[in-house]
Each structure stands twice: as C-alpha cells, then as structure tokens.
Design a protein around this ligand. Sequence first.
Ligand code: FNR
Length: 189
Amino acid sequence: MKKIKILAIVGSLRKESYNRQLALAAKEILGDRVDFTLLEYQDIPLMNQDIEYPAPEAVKRVREEVKSADGIWFFTPEYNHFFPGVLKNLIDWLSRPISDKEPQVLTGKPAAISGISPGMSGTGIAQDHLVTLISFLNMDVMNAPRLTIPNAMHQLDSGGKLTLKESHPYLEKQANAFMDFLERHMHDQ
Ligand code: FNR
C-alpha cells in the first residue's frame, strides 16, 4: 500500500524556529509510517495579481507539493494574535485556481494545526484565525485535537533546542489522531 504523504507547512521562516523544530519532532514520531516533508517556500513572491498568470516557478512547485500530499499539517507561530504574514501570503497563492480548468489545490485537503510560543498564549488565537481561513478555502480541518504549546522556554535544553519533554505525549497523540483522520478521509474518497 502507498505510504500516506503529509506535507508540513511551518508559518515561520526563522532557521531555529520552535515551530519548525516542532514539525521535525512530529516527523520523528511518525517515522517510517508516513512520507513526511517540510514545505520550503521562502522563495514565494508577495502576491501580486500582475504576476499571477503564468504562475511563478516557486508557486508552481509548492502547488505540486500540496496537490500530491494526502494531508497538510500546519505548525504556526502567533504574531500579534494572528498567524504570520508569510503564511497568509502562501495560502493566498494556493487559494487561486491554477487555470480556468484546474481549481485551487487546497479544496478537500485534510488539515491539522499545531503551534508553540514562548508566551502564555500557545498560539491558540492565531490557530483560530487559521481555521477561519482554511475552512473558507474548503479544507477538511481536524479541529480536535489541536495542539497549543505555551512557555516554549520551559522546554529547551542548555543549547536552546526544543526538547518537548512535557509536550511530547500530546504531539504523539495528535500525530496518531491525524493518521486516523487521514485514513478515514482516504477510505471515504
Ligand atoms: C511575536 N511573538 C508573539 N508571541 C505570542 O505568543 N503572541 C503574539 O501575539 C506574538 N506576537 C509577535 C509578533 C511578532 C511580529 C513577532 C516577530 C513575534 C513572539 C513569537 O511567538 C516568537 O518570536 C516565536 O519564537 C515565533 O515562532 P518561531 O519562529 O520560533 O517558530
């Protein structure tokens, strides 16, 4: 049987991003059970309808990656109680039809959402905004469980790397729930 393909979209471009580290921890938890890739999208231009058609090469590439994924797992920081602009820009590109014959690539895609922040909020408010957006775009959102991790500083090692010692079981729980969600989704197709 073909392996389930999960595409992780991290809403931070920072190299040492906690959310990127969280995505890598999810990849490690799922191991050989799935094909798990992190989407690299820092070369995507700002949305500008003057350059929309034909789509820039970077946009074509990310659309193909999204199209071929069985599910999308978002890992988002919170910026001013919202998700970051880079993520909104990426989703704006993905939200547009490829051509008058091919629709946008997010419709019907199963989605999971997680996030980690150094502060108290744990990215919950940003996640609520993200749910509003991706539901509008017809994604199939797994609303429970979602994972919000506050106080990232309490889960770092002496070198500043995320250890996730307290949150690891919750990430594992969400990874397993998303696998079930994806299997149900594929069964219903
Ligand atoms: C932040 N940060 C932040 N944190 C939070 O919990 N709630 C918030 O509203 C904000 N607002 C905010 C705005 C802007 C413009 C920046 C740059 C940062 C702090 C943020 O959570 C922190 O920098 C994280 O480390 C960002 O996530 P990554 O890059 O570590 O994944």
